[in-house]
Design a binder for this molecule. Structure first.
Ligand SMILES: NC(=O)C1=CN([C@@H]2O[C@H](COP(=O)(O)OP(=O)(O)OC[C@H]3O[C@@H](n4cnc5c(N)ncnc54)[C@H](O)[C@@H]3O)[C@@H](O)[C@H]2O)C=CC1
Ligand SMILES: O=C(O)CCC(=O)C(=O)O
Length: 457
């Protein structure tokens, strides 16, 4: 190792450590945000070794500070005419690559830390897709559980009334995330039109195809995750065929991850919701799950009414004790900790594909990487949803619509590209096979180069 390399390494490490220390001081109460930032920062040291110009331009301090955070009161009336108040957020993180883009989450746990972690990750994910989209995220601590359809509509209308002036097809384009699906997007879109008097279809994605949504957006995140894992498996001369798969959650991402894994010949034996998990040794009946979740909005335990030989177990983490070849965490952040990771490994898991955002904590990621199994990080593996959102924006702008097959083929190609770019970046920067480092670097370099050419702001 030459003296210059050593000093470049020291410089890079000191720079990253310094920015992270400052971040911790300023955001000491934001655990999820610091967790997401730490994972990305650690990956970027080799980039700063090779690119001191990024240090000179102080790219890291600039990229980790959102362009702006919008926080607002959402007051609405429930069915008993009581006035309820929630807090809404939109974090417009970076528009270097295109309009701010990312979902809205409605869940009681939502706070600024959660929205910032999601928004920060979204910058790099969106850059990886190769589509012209920046990064953003939003949501509210509103709990949709147990609310009537009319309450959901009134909440969405109140939320959009506060947010609409910050949005636009070339400004900021929200979509769904936990607790926000096509129904909520419909109510948000209706209110946006009512307020602006404009039919700007590209201001929201995840719309129903009947009024401007893209075919295959509903399936995109789950299918994309399986396409990504399929690329990892192919590289290892393996496939989904005959594999036992466990998928957490039973929402949008999980449902379509299960569907594609089954189409690829896997046996998916378990899935979950926030109350617990079901295990069906014969393989899950996806029609039953769709009826329970998409039609009835019921608990996953009612699966036993369709398949009496299956079992239901209360609690969220127990699902990772089920032996499987492939695990697809598709529910929420930090659902796999170090202990669950060690259990999965002891039971012989060969591949992990993160359909959710940050489902594995740092200890779990290190367990998987140290064990040398295939590990597809969320930023890369679940990018198919936002990628098809960008395709929805393109269709809206050009006023043409593509068939399901056309969109699905583009999605598959995008996931292949994300895999090969992440793999190539990991190789180039000295971490072969480490797609965490590879995806973070491949996304970061695109945005950093954009920032260098745009001057200081
Ligand atoms: N919808 C999308 O296009 C995308 C979603 N994601 C991420 O995927 C994850 C799931 O999102 P969606 O499927 O859209 O939400 P969803 O609201 O449709 O489904 C979430 C599912 O997770 C379950 N759940 C929540 N907490 C849980 C817990 N602690 N243990 C077990 N299950 C739990 C819920 O019961 C529900 O079945 C989130 O991390 C989200 O940020 C990532 C990329 C795109
Ligand atoms: O489609 C979108 O814009 C949002 C997708 C999203 O929220 C995510 O990738 O986490």
């Amino acid at each position: 190792m030459t003296t210059t390399t050593v000093s470049n390494e020291q410089l890079a490490k000191e720079y990253v450590d310094g920015v992270f220390e400052q971040l911790k001081k300023q955001n000491s109460h934001q655990a999820e945000f610091l967790q997401a930032a730490e994972e990305i920062f650690l990956s970027l040291v080799p980039v700063f070794v090779q690119h001191p110009e990024y240090i000179k331009a102080n790219i890291l301090s600039r990229i980790v500070e959102p362009d702006r955070i919008i926080s607002f009161r959402v007051a609405w009336q429930d069915d008993q005419n009581q006035v309820q108040v929630n807090r809404g957020y939109r974090v417009q993180y970076s528009n270097v690559m295109g309009p701010y883009k990312g979902g809205l989450r409605f869940h009681p746990t939502v706070n600024e830390s959660i929205i910032k972690f999601l928004g920060f990750e979204q910058i790099f994910k969106n850059a990886l897709t190769g589509q012209p989209i920046g990064g953003g995220k939003g949501g509210s601590n509103f709990d949709p559980k147990g609310k009537s359809d009319a309450e959901i509509m009134r909440f969405c209308q109140a939320f959009m009334t506060e947010l609409y002036s910050y949005l636009g097809p070339d400004v900021d384009v929200p979509a769904g995330d936990i607790g926000v699906g096509a129904r909520e997007i419909g109510y948000l879109w209706g209110q946006y039109k009512r307020l602006t008097k404009a039919h700007e279809a590209g201001v929201l994605t995840g719309k129903k195809p009947v009024y401007g949504g893209s075919l295959a957006r509903k399936e995109a995140t789950g299918y994309g995750t399986v396409y990504f894992v399929n690329e990892m498996l192919k590289d290892a001369n393996d496939s989904f065929e005959g594999k036992t798969v466990v998928v957490s959650g039973s929402g949008n991402v999980s449902t379509y991850a299960i569907e594609k894994a089954q189409q690829y010949g896997a046996k998916v034996v378990a899935c979950s919701d926030s109350s617990g998990y079901i295990y069906d040794a014969e393989g899950l009946d996806l029609d039953a799950i769709k009826e329970i979740k998409e039609v009835k909005g019921d608990r996953i335990s009612t699966y036993l009414n369709y398949r009496p030989n299956a079992s239901f177990t209360e609690g969220c983490t127990g699902i990772w004790t089920i032996p499987c070849d492939i695990a697809l965490p598709c529910a929420t952040q930090n659902e796999i900790d170090g202990d669950s990771a060690r259990t999965l490994l002891a039971n012989g898991v060969k591949a992990i594909g993160e359909g959710a955002n940050m489902p594995s904590d740092l200890e779990a990621i290190n367990e998987f990487l140290d064990a040398g199994i295939l590990f597809g990080p969320g930023k890369a593996a679940n990018a198919g949803g936002v990628a098809v959102s960008a395709l929805e924006m393109a269709q809206n702008s050009s006023r043409v619509y593509w068939t399901f097959e056309e969109v699905d083929a583009k999605l598959n190609q995008i996931m292949k590209n994300i895999y090969s770019e992440s793999k190539a970046a990991a190789d180039k920067y000295g971490y072969p096979g480490n797609l965490v480092v590879g995806a973070n670097i491949a996304g970061f370099v695109k945005v950093a180069n954009g920032m260098l050419s745009e001057g200081v702001y």
